[in-house]
Design a protein around this ligand. Structure first.
Ligand code: SF4
Ligand code: FES
Length: 304
């Protein structure tokens, strides 16, 4: 998503009206609550929510942890766009002519309370694609002893997909995920590609079978909204297109995966015998030479 990086340098309107969508699970009531918040330069949506919670309304609920775009727990919808609250500047979303911001829970997720959504199904779908490297050799799987070499080109095949922080913004923006609960969703599919493309993994067939169930991979309409909203520029839409091609070849028995070379571990080099201190201070000076000639620097200085 094109984040307005310059927003951090702009001063937001002095007071911004926040419309926060709230939900009380005990009564089932849903309503929009309005809060007037005094802002400052550099204030994020998460800062504003924390200010509301500490100074105006203690009952407002939302989730966050790292405050720096890493944990992926603060996803909300800001003015209609799925965003990380800690990564979105108030100055980016509120202007002097319209000093208002709407904050809602993530779309396509069950709301537990106010801005907190239920990620159980999201994690379940992620688990289904087996998001870890699997080797055929059980012994090696349990107790690895070998090294799995990988070239920079092989790494580049999946690296960007390994940056996913599981924030769920892609699933919240996906029109297919909204209408079909059996669809695995862009996050799980991008991770499936990430492990299938990893040359260290040998069990791609297991994942491809899972992806084929209910035609999950082929349900994508390629709206690409997942790639647009991803705060880590992961591009799940591209991963799904690559998966389609792999699955198609797999079904025709044409898919051949290159598996990385397994090599014995590098020998642990024996520690060199420590040299006398005077020999370690200046390189290329042999002890014999030091004994024969008068050193350029007095030995006591060298020892220092
Ligand atoms: S692919 Fe991007 S938007 Fe989707 S969960 Fe991962 S980091 Fe979040
Ligand atoms: S609080 Fe961790 S990503 Fe926003």
């Amino acid at each position: 998503m094109p984040i307005d990086l310059k927003a951090v340098t702009r001063k937001p309107p002095e007071t911004v009206r926040f419309y926060v969508k709230r939900f009380d699970p005990e009564t089932g009531r849903v309503w929009w609550q309005v809060y007037e918040v005094k802002t400052y330069r550099g204030m994020t949506i998460l800062d504003a929510l924390l200010k509301i919670k500490s100074e105006i309304d203690h009952s407002l609920s939302f989730r966050y942890s790292c405050r720096m775009g890493v944990c992926g727990s603060c996803g909300v919808v800001v003015n209609g766009e799925p965003r990380l609250a800690c990564q979105t500047q108030v100055a980016e979303k509120a202007t002097v002519s319209k000093p208002e911001i709407r904050v809602e829970p993530l779309y396509n997720f069950i709301v537990l309370r106010d801005l907190i959504t239920d990620f159980t199904e999201f994690f379940e779908k992620h688990r289904r694609i087996k998001p870890y490297i699997i080797r055929r050799d059980l012994g090696e799987r349990e107790k690895p002893t070998l090294e799995y070499s990988q070239s920079p080109e092989e790494l580049s095949q999946y690296y960007e997909y390994s940056l996913c922080i599981m924030c769920g913004l892609c699933d919240a923006s996906c029109p297919v995920y909204a209408s079909d609960k059996l669809f695995l969703g862009p996050q799980a599919l991008a991770q499936a590609y990430r492990f299938i493309a990893d040359t260290r993994d040998e069990m791609w067939a297991l994942r491809l079978e899972e992806l084929d169930k209910e035609g999950s991979t082929y349900k994508c309409h390629f709206a690409a909204s997942c790639s647009y909203v991803c705060p880590k520029v992961v591009d799940p839409a591209a991963a799904i297109q690559r998966l389609r091609s792999i699955l198609f070849k797999y079904k025709l028995r044409l898919y051949r995966k290159k598996v990385s070379n397994v090599v014995p571990p590098m020998e642990v080099k024996a520690k060199p015998t420590p040299l006398p201190p005077e020999a370690t201070v200046i390189e290329n000076v042999s002890l014999e030479k030091l004994e024969e000639e008068k050193p350029l620097i007095p030995i006591d200085k060298l020892i220092e």
